[in-house]
Design a protein. Sequence first.
Length: 208
Amino acid sequence: MRTDDTLRALRGLLVFVVGVSSLGCAQSPTGPKGDPWRFLPGTVLPVSNPAFRGGRQCWVYLPPGYAQSDRRYPVLYLSDGEIAFDATYGMHVNRTCEDLIRRGEMAPIIVVAIESAGQRTYDYTPWPAYYWQPNGGGDLYLKAIRDTLKPEIDRRFRTRPEPENTAIAGSSLGGLIAVYAAYAYDSTFGRVAGFSPRGAVLSGYRMA
């Protein structure tokens, strides 16, 4: 191949690589540290089911490569879903997952973030308490996830539905209801993360 033909081919390859990289990168601020780019981001989709808590809004995070594969993924259910991802004061769970996945420190997962909808003291307290009102609806909340939301997620997405591949997590009162789920619904939620549930207890909610 002549030199000028070689240069044209290299230029064409460079344009192709740059184009593909641009499609695979998120151009909005990307993480807890505000990185301007991330390669092959996951996807966050809004999901609601009229049968689940009156159409409670949820968001489903699908990890990088979901659309390009046929594999199935573990699922994490997360309370206080309105701040789970990239909202103001959000926890950037999607971007944190991507950082850990990229570094090989965790396997790809699906995250289902459930909006609190102003009902967190009711939904996240397992039984009546003297401090917060309303309260005591946590058991109903977990049953709604188990009986309505989870079957919908398992139907619509490629999940691994077994208890050992189903987790629930939250912080403060959200952590409290997650810990309660470990005791009351371990046949559904085989993995649990409760962040600062003790803070909720010390603030006025007493575990029985």
